[in-house]
Design a protein around this ligand. Structure first.
Ligand SMILES: Nc1nc2c(ncn2[C@@H]2O[C@H](COP(=O)(O)OP(=O)(O)OP(=O)(O)O)[C@@H](O)[C@H]2O)c(=O)[nH]1
Length: 301
């Protein structure tokens, strides 16, 4: 039965490509590249689930292709199986050391190639799922703190490489009087409230380049890619209004009687040295929002 997995076969010999294609095309979406360089171009456009890679190719050999893939976080997780005429133990060791998950010597046996491809795809999907789980907050489905910090680091790296681009901004959002909410309605209702607020925050984002994370218990963080302080403030205002519009009853919230949030907004500044600096700036703004009446947005200028 055919599944959606996309396998890229990279080989400079058409005959090898054809025989591998015959072995796999009834089960997978098999595509081809005739050189290392064109393989990298194909991969940049659409990421394969697995790569079958020849080693001896004229312009760029398979070891080099493998090293380039390993050096980019976007492609490092793609399993590579070398399929090659180089048959000594030293060559096989070198291939596995370069980052390949497996090594098949030509002439290959089609049913062994099929079995190895199937096993490595299963492992890859299990790893993908584990990675998603390790980056997701299980209660709200938002990104977790680890994911947020990974993304903040890559935003900062990007800005260090291209300082002329607009920096990112962040919004820290905290539910007001949430301890009193739990005390009044119970922990299960508290969890449900967190999920509803998370849903509002998620839908306020502009594009997949932005990220919403659960930062702590009842605290959330939006990472807004290339956003001015004013854009971030508007998004925070929208979130604050949308949470209020949910009208989740909260008898412990003094005169407001509904669940509200406070938010602190800050933008990354070139003089900042660490991730913590921008988080601290947003935290100070959040503190000011809390200290001056809650249910409001404060920007750190
Ligand atoms: N239901 C539920 N409650 C949580 C969770 N994580 C943290 N909390 C609760 O969130 C509450 C946070 O309380 P505080 O930090 O005192 O803040 P607050 O009551 O919102 O007060 P202000 O922030 O000053 O408005 C605590 O009672 C925590 O137990 C969770 O996953 N589920």
């Amino acid at each position: 039965m055919k599944n959606d997995s996309y396998i890229l076969v990279v080989d400079d010999q058409m005959a090898n490509i054809e025989s591998l294609g015959e072995s796999l095309a009834d089960q997978y979406d098999v595509r081809f590249a005739l050189s290392g360089q064109s393989a990298l171009e194909v991969i940049a456009k659409s990421k394969p689930d697995l790569i079958l890679l020849d080693i001896m190719m004229p312009d760029m050999n398979g070891y080099e292709v493998c090293r380039v893939l390993q050096s980019h976080p976007d492609t490092a997780q793609i399993p590579v199986i070398f399929i090659t005429a180089l048959a000594t133990p030293e060559e096989e060791t070198q291939g596995l050391d370069a980052g390949a998950v497996d090594y098949i010597v030509k002439p290959f046996n089609p049913s062994i190639v099929r079995a190895r491809v199937r096993n490595h795809l299963a492992l890859k999907y299990a790893n993908d799922q584990l990675r998603v789980l390790s980056l997701t907050d299980s209660l709200t489905g938002l990104a977790n703190r680890r994911h947020l910090f990974e993304r903040l680091s890559s935003e900062i790296e990007h800005l260090q490489a291209k300082p002329e681009t607009e920096p990112f901004a962040i919004i820290l959002i905290d539910i007001d009087y949430f301890k009193r909410y739990n005390d009044t309605y119970g922990h299960v209702a508290g969890d449900f409230c967190l999920q509803r607020v998370a849903g509002v925050i998620r839908s306020a984002l502009r594009s997949p380049a932005d990220l919403t994370a659960r930062y702590g218990g009842e605290e959330f963080c939006c990472l807004l890619h290339q956003a001015t302080l004013d854009e971030a403030r508007q998004i925070a205002e929208r979130i604050s209004q949308s949470v209020a519009d949910l009208e989740i009853p909260h008898l412990g919230a003094y005169e407001r009687q509904f669940v509200t949030v406070s938010a602190g907004v800050a933008q990354w500044q070139p003089h900042m040295a660490h991730i913590e600096s921008v988080l601290q700036a947003a935290d100070e703004a959040l503190y000011a929002a809390k200290a001056t009446g809650r249910n409001k947005v404060v920007c750190k200028v």
